[in-house]
Design a protein around this ligand. Structure first.
Ligand code: NAD
Length: 472
């Protein structure tokens, strides 16, 4: 059994002062695989102090020095890619194909930011003055459990590229993935304090980061509920806040779409990352006249997707990450049934033959109305709702009838027509005829799905502050 009781502060792995113990459970076997001692507020203060000491020297690094650091991190993460893949299977239940992708993505985040820096100009002439883009300062990077190494590396790459020292707080539910990622980052040999990492609960470590006068910026990814707490806590010290939050994304299939191609893409958009994806396209909007054909194809396609052992390369969907997640999905399936939706695949309980592990059935509801709970709330598991529309305008109105606006998908044989629809959608990103995002495109939400953008150039700029100098 593994013990996780260290934080990474000021360039060293040190024992935490907290006393709260939690167990980690392998979601495929339900066996306890580790015990974690969580950091506490004092540990958070020590991490913030280390970042504060490091900030002046990091802030003064040249572009070439930052590029060198990013390249070193890229290589260090690549060297541990197999370990990152393996722990995201063991601790999170990610199917091997997804875990493999995450393990590469973590390293590529640093490569992309290094590439962006090579052509980025930190100064710009405007009128009589010069605008300098300067680091915003010490940054707290708060990370959820559904994409640990990738989110840590993505945020850290942008923060470092901008010259910001950071304190990283991953979810307390992912100690093993955090440990391996922290070891890989440490191996890059960056100066002490440039980044610090600790695991702790939101109510103490997270709160310390959100309220400390020594933290200038919070880059948070997680639920809208927590994002609101953070934004409120952060305003007293007027921190800059980037929030990547909850989604309830719509996939619109237009009446000209080739369903043989589109339905597998739309189902992939809904069930990616075991259904635990903020950008999951869980509301599938289809033209009423094509509903029967859609149902036949969705049912047939879902039946081909293997749920099971995440180590098996043939597995499309592994277990959910925790017992809480398992129960949450069961609750939403019951709600769908109670509110009158029609089950066309899956349902309550575990899939046949899987008696242990947090496996759920791939579930699809038809006859869903947009006012049903399953169409309004983020379920965060492999549950797809199919809704019908009569006209393109109605499809747009239904897609936009949500408090969230993270991602949307449009499928059509006519790209120009799809683009016209996409322009009307209230979402931070729209994918046309594909289900994978482009990591260089700005990523973030409209409405209650967030504030600000991450990834690529926009991600870098989120850690910069404009300082204008006008000389008389
Ligand atoms: P969560 O909001 O419960 O927790 C996220 C992180 O915030 C964790 O590290 C947690 O410890 C910390 N936290 C909790 N309370 C805090 C507080 N008061 N102050 C500071 N930090 C606090 O989210 P989760 O359950 O870990 O992740 C799932 C959610 O994240 C889903 O809603 C999903 O849609 C969302 N998500 C969004 C994106 C995006 O980019 N928009 C990406 C991935 C996940």
């Amino acid at each position: 059994m593994r013990q996780f009781n260290q934080a990474y502060i000021n360039g060293r792995f040190v024992p935490v002062h907290g006393e709260t113990l939690i167990h980690s459970i392998n979601p495929a076997t339900e066996q306890v695989i580790g015990t974690t001692t969580l950091a506490n507020r004092d540990d958070a203060k020590a991490a913030i102090a280390a970042a504060k000491r490091a900030q002046p020297s990091l802030g003064q690094t040249t572009k070439a020095e930052r590029i060198d650091m990013l390249r070193a991190l890229q290589a260090a993460l690549l060297a541990r890619a197999d370990d990152i893949r393996d722990v995201s299977i063991e601790e999170y239940g990610g199917p091997v194909s997804r875990a493999q992708w995450v393990s590469q993505y973590a390293s590529q985040c640093f490569a992309r930011t290094a590439d962006i820096l090579t052509t980025y100009d930190f100064t710009q002439r405007l009128g009589d003055g010069v605008v300098h883009q300067v680091p915003v300062g010490v940054s707290a990077l708060i990370v959820p459990w559904n994409s640990v190494a990738g989110t840590i590396c993505n945020k850290l790459a942008s923060a470092l590229g901008a010259g910001c020292a950071s304190v990283i707080k991953p979810s307390e539910l992912s100690p093993w993935q955090t440990e391996v990622t922290a070891q890989a980052l440490h191996a890059a040999g960056l100066p002490d304090g440039f980044f610090n990492i600790l695991l702790g609960r939101g109510e103490d470590v997270g709160d310390e980061l959100s309220t400390s006068a020594d933290v200038a910026k919070i880059s948070f990814t997680g639920s809208t509920q927590t994002g609101k707490l953070i934004a409120r806590a952060a305003v007293d010290t007027m921190k800059r806040v980037s929030l990547g939050l909850t989604g309830k994304s719509a996939s619109i299939v237009l009446d000209d779409a080739d369903l043989a191609t589109v339905i597998p893409q739309a189902v992939a958009a809904a069930f990616m990352n075991n259904g635990q994806a903020c950008i999951a396209g869980t509301r599938l909007l289809v033209p009423r006249q094509r509903l029967e054909e859609v149902l036949l194809r969705v049912r047939a396609h879902v039946a081909t997707l293997q749920v099971g052992d995440p180590h098996d390369p043939a597995t499309a969907i592994g277990p959910l990450a925790s017992q809480d997640q398992y129960e949450r999905i069961q609750r939403y399936i019951r709600l769908g049934l109670e509110q009158g939706a029609t089950l066309i695949a899956g349902g309550e309980g575990r899939p046949e033959g899987l008696d242990r592990g947090y496996y759920v059935k791939l579930t699809v509801f038809a006859q869903v109305r947009n006012d049903m709970t399953i169409a309004r709330e983020e379920i965060f598991g492999p549950v797809l709702s199919i809704l019908t529309y009569e006209t393109d305008d109605e499809a747009v109105a239904m897609a936009n009838d949500s408090v969230y606006g993270l991602q949307a998908y449009v499928f059509s044989a006519n790209v120009a027509r799809a683009q016209k629809i996409a322009l009307q959608l209230q979402a931070g990103g729209v994918l046309i005829n594909r289900s994978a995002i482009d990591p260089l495109a700005p990523f973030g939400g409209f409405k209650q799905s967030g504030i600000g953008r991450e990834n690529g150039l926009y991600g870098l700029q989120a850690f910069l502050e404009a300082k204008s100098m006008v000389i008389g």
